[in-house]
Design a protein around this ligand. Structure first.
Ligand SMILES: [Zn+2]
Length: 143
């Protein structure tokens, strides 16, 4: 099995369904960062047979609740001084800010790129959000 040095400070995203880790990796743009990052794929797991794990050796400023779009059983571990100080499952966020661009080409957020976009949850079951600027409804089924 592949060994990766445990991290002193940062975030470990565990129990990612096998094959989905790369989506999270790309979504968080971890290929562009300068700190240490590890993507482990197809790690044997008692709970789910096979899983992906992402280790990030840095604090990141993104609300990881967005990962609930992929799977609610993903575990997010916050590490400090080599210990897990917080462990949680992502919850469907009530609001999403700036992460996703509106699909409506006439939306003000498509024109003014500096504008932070905000989506409001309209249905938890169908994972549908509404753009606060143009009422466009987007369905979040994948990152
Ligand atoms: Zn919009």
């Amino acid at each position: 099995m592949l060994r990766v040095t445990s991290i002193a400070k940062g975030i470990v995203i565990d129990h990612i369904p096998a094959g989905e880790g790369i989506k999270i990796f790309n979504f968080l743009e971890l290929d562009k960062v300068s700190y240490r990052v590890a993507l482990l794929m197809n790690v044997p797991s008692k709970k789910m047979k096979c899983k992906d794990i992402i280790k990030i050796e840095n604090e990141i400023n993104i609300n990881l609740d967005i990962l609930s779009v992929l799977n609610k059983d993903i575990t997010i571990n916050v590490i400090k001084d080599e210990k897990i100080i917080k462990k949680y499952n992502p919850k469907i966020p009530q609001e999403i800010e700036s992460v996703i661009k509106c699909k409506n080409p006439r939306c003000v957020t498509s024109v003014e790129t500096k504008l932070k976009n905000k989506y409001i949850l309209i249905s938890e079951e169908s994972k549908e959000y509404r753009c606060q600027y143009c009422e466009e409804v987007i369905k979040l089924t994948s990152l």
